[in-house]
Design a protein around this ligand. Structure first.
Ligand SMILES: *Cc1c(COP(=O)(O)O)cnc(C)c1O
Length: 220
């Protein structure tokens, strides 16, 4: 067994454990293997171990890596977990099945336009900047209801919330905040938790965990 497959199985085991130990208010979390900067060969190692969900943070890199695989018939579910610029929306709607980073009305309008044009409807999540960090994308927690209402008014369905807690801090308050917000707004999907903290995120109800280095090894 390759190191990557071994890592994958270990992460799967820890997810199951954390889920069983937690409140189980949601389904068993979906593991997203975050393959940014990693090769197509690494992706295939994970695919051949039966894994189907992959995450990328850049549209162009994802196109290069995954379009050829799709053309060869590999079935997979692709998640955009990085910021989306409006000039990349057409490509993103064509390629991704879930977009975790909706964070402004201008992007909502561009997505609506493209989704209707292409008749392709990726699942959408709102990214929340729970730590209010200036360098980070996402709307502030108090701005989520207004953005959600704007989406609903325009006929765009939002499935959940996503956050990236500040580095070098206990992420728990951020997971709790996001979970509370999603409950208040009746949004079923919660995208939170990365290699360092996905087990914690699951205890707060994560439905998607985004794990890169714990599967593929560190990114240099
Ligand atoms: C890179 C990235 C991850 C995965 O990070 P790891 O620490 O390698 O697990 C998860 N979410 C987002 C948004 C990322 O950009």
């Amino acid at each position: 067994m390759s190191k990557i497959t071994e890592n994958l199985n270990q992460v799967r085991g820890y997810i199951e454990q954390a889920y069983q130990a937690g409140p189980k208010q949601n389904r068993l979390p979906t593991l997203i293997a975050v393959s940014k900067t990693k090769s197509q060969e690494d992706v295939l190692a994970v695919w051949h171990a039966g894994h189907r969900h992959f995450g990328e943070n850049k549209v162009q890199e994802a196109q290069k890596k995954f379009l050829p695989l799709r053309e060869q018939g590999y079935e997979l579910c692709l998640h955009l977990i990085g910021p989306l610029q409006t000039n990349k929306v057409a490509d993103a709607v064509e390629l991704f099945d879930v977009i975790h980073t909706v964070d402004r009305v201008k992007l909502v309008d561009a997505l609506l336009h493209e989704m209707h044009k292409q008749q392709r409807f990726p699942e959408l999540l709102i990214q929340v900047n729970t730590g209010k960090e200036p360098q980070k994308s996402g709307v502030f927690p108090e701005e989520v209801p207004a953005l959600l209402t704007a989406c609903i008014d325009k006929g765009l369905s939002i499935k959940g919330l996503m956050c990236i807690p500040p580095a070098n801090q206990d992420p728990s308050p951020h997971f709790l905040l996001l979970a509370d917000l999603s409950r208040q707004l009746s949004l079923p999907e919660l995208s939170m938790g990365m290699s360092e903290d996905y087990q914690q995120a699951i205890k707060y109800g994560a439905t998607y965990v985004r794990v890169g280095s714990a599967i593929f090894g560190s990114r240099l």
